[in-house]
Design a protein around this ligand. Structure first.
Ligand SMILES: [Zn+2]
Length: 488
């Protein structure tokens, strides 16, 4: 059946994958008034104001990053610009993990969530101080620094932004104060009726008095019973003590029972990710529910605001440090390099995170009537040699996006090799499946402004950025930013 109604925009001929509606095939996606108007074969191109031919590309529901750090300026150099890691990196919705707290949430709403072109949500910090400077000072995160009532109240009063609670279960905190903070965070989650996202793997150094009888390998066993269905175990593949792989080198025996009970797993890729441990866990049958890039100012290079504290000592903490192309899409590529299929990875960044924040009726799917948040990727395999050369070239031609400093001179290939030596297993990464590329994304389109969708191009350095601009007279300004990380 063909459709001949008039549309604002037609994304034509791409491979549409929408796990929520069970679609995987070559189809057209038509958009009208900022909403999905049709997803089917043979939408007549003459009926639309704008047609983009996406033959050979992947057309996905707008990608959702479950682990962002975007409280820019307030969290020091740790917080990224929301649209840089969002819609300009192919991601249309971001969930900040523990940046704002009950005390700083109004600022997050006013200065971050509202002006961003990307959709912004948050898992509210269980701690009064939130994620200041990337949780730099451990002493601020004791039970004394948690106010259960105030945090529940803030969460309940801001349901449009606050979709969960963030806490840390790791040896540095346990050695100082035991499990009390996690009990408090779990109570906040129960009372606010929101999922709790629990960071595992060492974050803080031990106090001078040492581990005080605590053992990183027992933390999962003790924390899991406090958690409810829908709560999230994060950083399963951390290379630090306390992740899913215990010191015997096997998946912690409590994990499968936790998953059977309805707990979820988020990769939280970032700097703690170990390919070696991920490979083991995936081989043992652990398939993460959601992904989450966990990109922040310590695993990329962003200018440090004058006078802010030194960054955590971890010189080689990420092979892609300084690369704007470290992104959610790169994290998807990591999962595929580890042997998961594209069909397994797409739900982790679309349908599953939408469910995690209880917004599956609004985002995370390409269904008629839903927001026209769309991400377009290129998954064409290409020979490794060419891929390396291109990466090397673009390495020297950063920045790809505002706020990211030019990359250090050391070639990416050598940095990857060094990284492989320190972590093991990167050779798997260099498969022909790698990497996915962002072609385009569009987010948060106001229903009244998509209009003629003036397609405009401008090209800062090696990036092409296509912008779908609003009609000139529109009071709403540009909609649907499109960023091309690297297409040819
Ligand atoms: Zn994080």
């Amino acid at each position: 059946m063909s459709v001949s109604a008039s549309f604002d925009l037609l994304l034509r001929g791409g491979r549409v994958i929408c796990p929520a509606s069970g679609i995987d095939g070559v189809m057209d996606v038509a958009i009208r008034g900022g909403k999905i108007a049709a997803v089917q074969k043979d939408v007549l191109p003459s009926s639309t104001k704008e047609v983009i031919d996406l033959t050979g590309k992947l057309v996905l529901p707008g990608l959702i990053d479950t682990h962002a750090h975007i409280y820019q300026y307030v969290s020091g150099r740790f917080g990224m610009n929301p649209d840089m890691v969002g819609v300009r990196s192919g991601v249309t919705a971001l969930i900040d993990q523990g940046g704002p707290s009950c005390m700083t949430l109004p600022g997050f709403r006013h200065f971050i969530a509202e002006p961003a072109k990307s959709r912004v949500y948050a898992f509210l910090s269980a701690y009064l101080v939130g994620g200041l400077e990337g949780h730099y000072y451990p002493q601020l995160y004791s039970p004394e620094g948690v106010d259960i009532d105030a945090t529940v109240k803030a969460a309940r009063a801001n349901p449009d932004i606050v979709r969960g609670i963030k806490a840390h279960a790791e040896i540095g905190g346990f050695a100082r104060w035991g499990i009390r903070v996690i009990e408090m965070a779990a109570e906040i989650g129960r009372r606010a009726e929101l999922p709790v996202y629990v960071h595992f793997g060492q974050l803080w150094g031990l106090p001078e008095s040492g581990a005080n009888g605590e053992d990183a390998d027992t933390i999962l066993t003790r924390v899991i019973p406090l958690l409810k269905e829908g709560d999230v175990l994060a950083h399963p593949f951390t290379r630090h003590p306390g992740g899913f792989i215990n010191r015997e080198g096997v998946v912690h025996p409590v994990i499968q029972a936790a998953l059977d009970r309805g707990l979820k797993v988020d990769v939280g890729h970032g700097s703690h990710f170990s390919y070696r441990l991920a490979k083991k866990a995936i081989a043992a049958g652990i398939v993460p529910t959601t992904l989450g890039a966990d990109i922040h100012g310590y695993n990329t290079h962003v200018p440090a605001p004058a006078g802010t504290p030194d960054q955590h000592e971890d010189e080689e903490n990420h092979p892609f440090a300084g690369q704007a192309k470290f992104s959610l899409v790169q994290a998807m590529s990591s999962m595929m390099a580890l042997g998961l299929s594209l069909e397994q990875v797409v739900p982790m960044v679309t349908a599953n995170p939408a469910k995690m924040i209880d917004r599956a009726d609004e985002i995370g799917a390409l269904k008629v009537g839903m927001a026209a948040d769309v991400s377009v990727l290129d998954a064409a395999p290409r020979p490794l040699r060419a891929a390396r050369q291109r990466e090397h070239r673009s390495d020297c031609r950063q920045p790809a996006a505002a706020g990211v400093l030019p990359a250090r001179r050391r070639p990416l290939r050598r940095r990857c090799r060094d990284f492989a030596r320190s972590r093991g297993g990167l050779s798997e990464l260099e498969s022909r499946k790698m990497p996915l590329h962002v072609i385009a994304s569009a987010a948060k389109q106001s229903s009244s402004v998509h209009g003629p969708g003036l397609l405009r191009r401008f090209a800062p350095r090696n990036d092409e950025v296509v912008q779908i601009a609003a009609p000139p007279a529109s009071p709403f300004g540009p909609v649907g930013r499109i960023g091309v990380a690297r297409t040819r």
